[in-house]
Design a protein around this ligand. Structure first.
Ligand code: COA
Length: 338
């Protein structure tokens, strides 16, 4: 970090999950599949899904409250809200604007959403870091919230088995002790292979112009190509980010990866030669919660005692998803953040 930059502290992390559980066995009511098929290919046994009026705003709001509580920073002390989501119930107002209102903030702080799918938390952290390092804002709330189950084609068994709903949030602020909690961070995108995962907006052209092609509004995914691409790029990419932080894999306590497919996680684990205790997974119970999966895994891991926070606990956070986008960060996890 350049000398004149203001260091960032991760102050609080929280999460929220809907109550309704859908198991692999439940899915056999929708199409021909089996718990064995899904579990062996993905590591997923069940997922949480929004029900009734629950949506990404509601989940994000609860996660935000949780993270703010941990951080000791009051909603009215925030300078910026960034929400990362690929399943907003409305394109506008942004989820971040809804959450500003739900938190009762009356100071007109800026609030906007970013679309980086399952890399959303890492993208959000990179954006927040820029604002903090440069001194533009001090207290920033990042909310990663997704409700992809509302936009799935529930007859597409290759895609709908994977996703679950949930939200995670992170509060970042200025590190008064001068120690930056982000040791390295990087984000990437390759738009040329964007067709691997996409969701069209539904709309129509002006009736006086030629009609546009019809779209279904569902999430479409070429699972095989996504799998091949991620398994190829992710392990060396994680090694690069560790090097960028000036560290070795063994200097880092935990790998807290995006929970998309257990086999993808294992490919990174093998490359880093990490024991199971160092790799935090909860995909078995929540499936792929998209942008929310990294903060959920972190905060729930602390809650369950699988992530132990210490004076200098370090973790690799990484995400990848539609865009295609990907990103990783090496962060310091201080005691009391979740
Ligand atoms: N149950 C039973 N059979 C299924 C099935 C299901 N849920 N889904 C697909 N099949 C069948 C297919 O119809 C196909 O049958 P066929 O050979 O007779 O045509 C066969 O299983 C293989 O399908 P395929 O799509 O090639 O499976 P796969 O081995 O690629 O596994 C995924 C599918 C989705 C599990 C896997 O590709 C994957 O996890 N990819 C990564 C996706 C990802 O991580 N996305 C999120 C990124 S953020």
């Amino acid at each position: 970090m350049a000398e004149n930059m203001i260091p960032l502290r991760i102050a609080g992390v929280g999460y929220s999950l809907p109550e309704t559980v859908v198991t692999n066995d439940d899915l056999t009511k929708l199409y021909e599949t089996s718990d064995e098929w899904i579990y062996t290919r993905t590591g997923i046994k069940e997922r949480r899904v929004c029900s009734g009026s629950e949506d990404a705003i509601e989940l994000g709001f609860k996660a935000a409250q949780n993270a703010l509580e941990k951080s000791g920073i009051k909603p009215e002390e925030l300078d910026l809200i960034i929400a990362a989501s690929s399943a907003p119930p409305q394109l506008y107002p942004a989820i971040a604007c809804h959450i500003q209102a739900r938190l009762g903030i009356e100071t007109d702080i800026p609030a906007f959403d970013i679309t980086a799918a399952c890399s959303g938390l890492i993208y959000g952290l990179q954006v927040a870091k820029g604002f903090i390092n440069s001194g533009i804002y001090k207290n920033i709330l990042i909310v990663a919230t997704d409700n992809n189950t509302r936009y799935l084609d529930w007859s597409d068994r290759g895609t709908s088995i994977l996703f679950g709903d949930g939200a995670g949030a992170m509060v970042v602020t200025v590190a008064e002790d001068g120690v930056d909690d982000v040791l390295a961070i990087d984000i990437k995108a390759k738009g040329a292979i964007g067709e691997y995962i996409y969701k069209d907006n539904v709309g129509q052209n002006c009736p006086l112009a030629e009609p546009c092609p019809e779209h279904d509004g569902f999430i479409h995914m070429n699972g095989k190509e996504v799998y091949k691409f991620v398994v190829k790029i992710l392990p060396p990419y994680i090694e690069e980010i560790i090097e960028q932080a000036g560290l070795k894999a063994e200097d880092i306590e935990y790998l807290i990866p995006h929970q998309a497919n257990l086999r993808i996680i294992q490919a990174v684990q093998e490359r880093l030669q990490y024991s199971d205790e160092k790799v935090i997974t909860n995909i078995k119970y929540y499936g792929n919660t998209s942008a929310a999966s990294v903060p959920i895994a972190l905060a729930e891991g602390v809650e369950k005692g699988t992530v132990k926070l210490g004076k200098d606990t370090k973790a690799i956070l990484c995400g990848f998803g539609a865009g295609m986008t990907w990103g990783a960060a090496i962060v310091r996890l201080r005691e009391g953040i979740c």
